[in-house]
Design a protein around this ligand. Sequence first.
Ligand SMILES: [Zn+2]
Length: 245
Amino acid sequence: MKKVMVVFPHPDDESFACGGTLAKCKAKGQETRLLCITSGCKGRSGPFAIECREKLARHREQELAKAAEVLGIKRLDLLRYADGSLQHADLHELTAKIRDAIVEWKPNVVITFPPDGVTGHPDHIVTCKATTLAVAQAEEQLACGEYPDLYYVSIPHYYDHCPDRGPEPAVPITGKVDITDYRTQKGEALRAHQSQVYSVNRAYPGVIDGDFSVIGCYEYYTLVRSAGQRIEPVRGTNGIPVMEL
Ligand SMILES: [Zn+2]
């Protein structure tokens, strides 16, 4: 059975980007692991009166643990970097931490944000950079058959409601995972992030109140590295093919 590792900078990114896919992996008997780089202490606190950044970080970690449970994530690692300032963090050190996790756990698939970070958030962009480097570095220590496939996740429907975009052009999407049967889990995972009511309402109006009709039936990916080789993603001519991880 495949092992799928996702690497994201903030609690909630996993649910927005690939919550349905993670729930589907769990249902298929695959193991999933989330590396969350910051604990989101710079975020909003929603309905909760939390002035202290440290307390907000712990609160968001609890929300993330709840979302992880809903999505059946087997292992959750918190790297606890400072939120909002990953571009000032030591990229070499961050890359090494992700690389070591890959070498130790040997996932078949690694998923992270694309170079534009979907929203253009600098933490998202750094996460893409570090994870992409980490996969290539991990290959130096893994056997050929252990090289993971690296996918960037895209959230095209995010722009249905939110105007923000990254500074770089989005990568062409090369496949979509059918999450029709896992929209409820995605919705419940998003709802677990109650402090992020503002962001959830922006991208998925209604979900916080338990109306999941806005959640689409697909999550979108770009395969950018496989078998130790970079892959230049090409936009298909016949729409986006359905894929399985
Ligand atoms: Zn984020």
